[in-house]
Design a protein around this ligand. Structure first.
Ligand code: NAG
Ligand code: NAG
Ligand code: NAG
Length: 141
């Protein structure tokens, strides 16, 4: 049983890597619009995604100092938000590999939940590169 579960997990991780895409600036903006992110904060979101994952939906971070990892376009942390056990769970009720696919529906819902609770300040990528900084020009997207 354990082997089976591990095999499934490995398959899941592999297939999610295969399905990953890297989005450029306008690709990010279009994908976020399709997920209903509000236009008045779009430049902040695009900046955040560029700095957190460089637009790579399949990005998994290296291990953070506190032992956690960050997943996907929004680099969502597995300490509170996504489950590493293979069954959906934690505050976003998803597996972490759900956050690595090219379908960003779940990752987007989860990011909105993080935002609702903490705002953009939840993301170091935003605090360090976007807050009080010139934001990306998406007027042609
Ligand atoms: C662990 O570190 C990551 C990245 O530095 C951070 O996003 C996360 O909130 C931290 N988790 C805890 C429980 O401190
Ligand atoms: C979590 O998601 C699963 C489907 O992935 C669903 O069946 C379950 O009801 C959800 N649980 C909560 C607490 O929302
Ligand atoms: C490291 C990184 O991705 N930096 C980006 C942060 O955001 C600014 C504004 O969008 C980009 O110009 C940087 O390339």
């Amino acid at each position: 049983m354990a082997k089976f579960v591990i095999a499934l997990f490995v398959l899941g991780v592999l297939s999610s890597y295969c399905n990953a895409v890297t989005l450029d600036r306008c690709g990010i903006a279009r994908a976020l619009r399709a997920q209903g992110f509000p236009e008045d904060k779009m430049r902040d979101w695009v900046c955040l995604v560029e700095n957190e994952s460089a637009g790579n939906t399949g990005r998994k971070s290296r291990q953070n100092k506190n032992g956690s990892y960050d997943y996907g376009l929004f680099q969502i942390n597995d300490k509170y938000w996504c489950s590493n056990t293979g069954t959906p769970g934690k505050d976003c009720n998803v597996t972490c590999s759900d956050l690595l696919t090219d379908d960003i529906t779940k990752a987007s819902q989860c990011a909105k939940k993080v935002f609702k609770r903490h705002g953009f300040r939840a993301w170091y990528g935003w605090r360090n590169h976007c807050q009080n900084k010139p934001l990306p020009d998406i007027s042609k997207c």
